[in-house]
Design a protein around this ligand. Sequence first.
Ligand SMILES: Nc1nc2c(ncn2[C@@H]2O[C@H](COP(=O)(O)OP(=O)(O)OP(=O)(O)O)[C@@H](O)[C@H]2O)c(=O)[nH]1
Ligand SMILES: [Mg+2]
Length: 602
Amino acid sequence: MNIRNIAIIAHVDHGKTTLVDKILHATKVFRENQETGELIMDSNDLERERGITIFSKNVSVTYKDVKINVIDTPGHSDFGGEVERVLKMADGVLLLVDAFEGPMPQTRFVLQKALALGLHPIVVINKVDKPNCRPDEVHDAVFELFFNLDATEEQLDFPTIYGSSKNGWMNTSLTETDNILPLLDAILEHVPEPKVNAGHSQMQITSLDYSSFLGRIAVGKVARGSIKESQQIALMQADGSIKKMKIKELYVFEGMGKKKVQEVFAGDICAVVGLDDFNIGDTIADVENPEALPVISVDEPTMSMLFGINNSPFFGKEGKFVTSRHLRDRLMKETEKNLALRVEDSDSADSFLVYGRGILHLGILIETMRREGFELTVGQPQVLVKMVDGAKYEPYEVLVVDVPAEYSGKVIDLVTQRKGEMLVMETKGEMQHLEFDIPSRGLIGLRSNMLTNTAGEAVMAHRFSEYKPWKGNIPGRSNGVLMSKTTEKTTGYSIDKLQERGRFFVDPGEDVYAGQIIAEHIKPGDLVVNATEPKKLTNHRASGSDDASKAAPKILMSLEECMEYIQQDECIEVTPKSIRLRKNILNEEDRKRASKTVAVEA
Ligand SMILES: Nc1nc2c(ncn2[C@@H]2O[C@H](COP(=O)(O)OP(=O)(O)OP(=O)(O)O)[C@@H](O)[C@H]2O)c(=O)[nH]1
Ligand SMILES: [Mg+2]
């Protein structure tokens, strides 16, 4: 059968998953009238809640008798390594670009990877339904990006499709249609058929699927020959070792699911069940004539966090899995399928150093664990520094901010304070487009500050660029915090009295413990406060009146906001029901002593 393998790549939110949904609909993967709802492709709970794709996914459709394997990829920069790997299964890519935003940092990254693999992208200028969109300008900017990334003459001659995945149309011009068939036709016309090599079996594992029934499933494109059910194969690993094993079951992708087959031929994407201890990058090869494909490098982590057991006074109240044994086993299990994650023992038996690709990557793991019933404590995220020729180097990123012109001064101030340097400033529609070079450290906590300072109007994106010399001290959070003095229920009476001191993270009537962070101080410096005083009873009957109603509603921060908020001496208590901020050292006296020691050492 005739096959096309394409990956859909883009910056986060530019509309990849919406387009894949429309492709599924256009090719009638669903029965007529079948209820499907929106974004069926983002099938994981967290993906649905956040409206982002976390795992890349394969689907397969048939159009004009051609089988099109489509790979939807995540656009967030923490998952860039995954995109790079799955591109190995593709013979063509659709590069989606938002008709208003134009190319963004991740557009550059994914395009660079696709060009380097010799792929010929089809450019899709999406979201042309947006008011104030600038499809022609964006087309020029995309061309310029290809050019700057050293695209070949043929790559520069890319076909362009315009449309709105949301409204379900695509066309070779800006003229609106009522379907996406022009895009499917462009795929048949411009994406080459997979190169099919005859010979002994060869397939590189480029991605991983997981099923609670079948365990780990190896996914990749058959590069040569074919792979058969029950075949004896040689699994060739990065360290040079070769293991003999048998393939249990074979699947190809069909619609949104998989179809069991006896044999998969070169050029098709297949899923293999029954391989033990395989890694991404391993080659499945013929037992008699094993030949490995070049090793795939897995991305290095750029950030670490200390994961520990929950040792707050509220330990064990809300979760099922609370011991260091539980924590260790769970983290180790995660490394089997979460490729960019690394776990190391720390000096304490109760905590582990977890290395990942960024706040979102680690945040998703923590969120998943709390939903499974874990309680844990996580510390401030640290960027990974490297020593190069005896000098300290740290990761830098390109930061792009689009903001209404009136706020651009504030944004520049904010980024400069954090050691960012401006590279580009230009007008984009009614927005100012700013680009900076900034140490990754400077980005931690920047988002919430940026939003408060721009009335929520700033759109920011960043992407790792390179390791460069350490940029010196970057100021942390400027405000101090208020900590609870007591372990009790907060009262409306106390919180009301403290309203001028800080903005609260807890409501009246919530259980708090000594050393828990319950509010942001309006000034620098930390303060221990009593938020649990009952109202003094007087002879008058007014005592029962409700002070709670006077307190401003508490500030709710997401897990990732908390991760960006805490400082070195603070941590986050995570349980299935709560996220609490606290000091590492809960006891006031001990904390004072420890901070004096630190001051002497500094
Ligand atoms: N106006 C408009 N909005 C769109 C269009 N396509 C997608 N969107 C919206 O853009 C948002 C992001 O769409 P997704 O399809 O989830 O984007 P994505 O590229 O898959 O995002 P990630 O997987 O997180 O990288 C959603 O709110 C969509 O409804 C479009 O053509 N026009
Ligand atoms: Mg998506």
